[in-house]
Ligand binder design. Structure first.
Ligand code: SAM
Length: 392
């Protein structure tokens, strides 16, 4: 069957690789999505294993429409009793990218009307809508005049891993965190460090990746569990996984704030991961020089969401700290503030565009070569700019 995994803009390539690794066929990169072919087992595996998918859709009908009435007629004509029964609740999501159709809510409403009227005709009564926990979640996508109706096999967004019970003001999306780690090419051996960990999302994604732990729990809600063809034996088979937490690399989560650290500890603790992630209170700007080479992935504050007194200076300090205390390490930084990012004063060797929620962001790689360590911050501040790599 044809399947579409939806993702965040910028993560299409890593998602495609995840799918190839799972054994998906005909993997095709699309805009914010990856299409592939697979059987029911592949559908279950995709939901259970994909770290960079937000949802997994199964397209059931594709057609073109002239206008809203045409959409109503074509949705009405679909064999809805093949996909649900009258006693099941449903919800409809729509995404629209079209000059003619501009209101996704109206498209969702029109689709709902057609589906409900069809059931009235079939049974004399209608199924109920449940927007929070529907039995069957239907996804409508309109691109120009092309309509794709899909069943959402995930139902709840796959970024909900179930581990983040405590949060901070600007947590990163779990799917984005996993995508950043995969994009960063971490070898799963080098010590992993998130020096501004907030609620610990990046460190927890690093742990599950290194341990080969699936990102989802077997018992969570998935749309396909409500489908008529749900095969619980197959699901048991797909989810029968032993996770080996021995021989893990060191994973360190640091923050200068007590509240974020508490949130991280609670999140890690409730899953029994306190032995696998080192949580430390530490101000990054007071980092001591160390001979250790770290693989750093960090999500510093953005001034849109977290007010730093002077965001440019803040990023300048990040650069200074990387240069003075982390020679021999590699740092990947996501930031939505392009001007501030330039203040890091190191030339990024890679620069990847990603969306962090609504914020267009850059995910940049900085390599601090051993030997480029500058020990005297004051001296640098005095203006020996020639000692800095030029920003791009
Ligand atoms: C955008 S939040 C990180 C969110 C995190 N990725 C998550 O998923 O929860 C930025 C974090 O940086 C921390 N921070 C800011 N300045 C810091 C510094 N100098 N040293 C360590 N942590 C710092 C803040 O306390 C905040 O928790």
């Amino acid at each position: 069957m044809k399947i579409t995994a939806v993702t965040i803009k910028g993560l299409e390539e890593v998602l495609a690789q995840e799918l190839r690794d799972l054994g998906a066929q005909d993997v095709e990169i699309m805009h914010r999505a990856v299409g592939f072919h697979g059987d029911q087992e592949m559908l279950y595996k995709a939901n259970f294993w994909l770290r960079t998918a937000i949802r997994v859709l199964v397209p059931i009908h594709e057609f073109t429409v002239k206008d809203e009435e045409d959409l109503y007629d074509k949705v009405f004509a679909l064999p809805w009793d093949d996909y649900m029964n009258i006693n099941q609740t449903f919800s409809i999501d729509a995404v629209v990218s079209s000059r003619q159709f501009t209101h996704s809510k109206f498209i969702a409403l029109k689709t709902k009307d057609a589906l409900v009227d069809k059931w009235r005709k079939l049974e004399g009564r209608r199924p109920d809508v449940n927007t929070m926990t529907p039995d069957v979640k239907i996804h409508v996508r309109i691109y120009n005049s092309e309509v794709t109706i899909s069943l959402d096999s995930s139902s709840d967004s796959l970024h909900r891993r179930g581990y983040r019970t405590h949060s901070v003001p600007a947590p990163i999306n779990e799917v984005l965190a996993a995508g950043m780690i995969l994009l960063s090419g971490w070898d799963k051996k080098t010590t992993f460090l998130d020096p501004m960990c907030g609620s610990g999302t990046i460190a927890m994604e690093a742990l599950t990746l290194a341990a080969g732990r699936p990102p989802q729990d077997k018992d969570r809600r998935f749309g396909f569990k409500q489908w008529r063809d749900f095969d619980s034996d197959l699901w048991d088979k797909v989810t029968d996984v032993e996770v080996d937490y021995s021989d893990l690399p060191q994973i360190i989560a640091r923050d200068r704030g007590l509240r974020p650290l508490k949130a991280t500890e609670m999140n890690i603790g409730h899953l029994g991961w306190l032995d696998y992630i080192t949580v430390e209170k530490s101000d990054f700007f007071k980092s001591q020089q160390s001979d250790e080479s770290y693989h750093i992935v960090m999500n510093p504050p953005y001034d849109e969401r977290l007010k730093e007194r002077d965001i440019s200076q803040f990023y300048q300090y990040i650069g200074d700290t990387l240069k003075s205390a982390y020679a021999g390490s590699t740092a990947w930084i996501i930031a939505g503030h392009e001007e501030a990012l330039k203040k890091i004063g190191l030339r990024p060797s890679r620069r990847i565009s990603l969306m962090n929620g609504p914020i267009p962001s850059k995910f940049c790689k900085f390599e601090m070569y051993a030997g480029s360590r500058k020990t005297n911050k004051k001296e640098k501040r005095k203006g020996d700019d020639s000692a800095f790599d030029k920003p791009w």
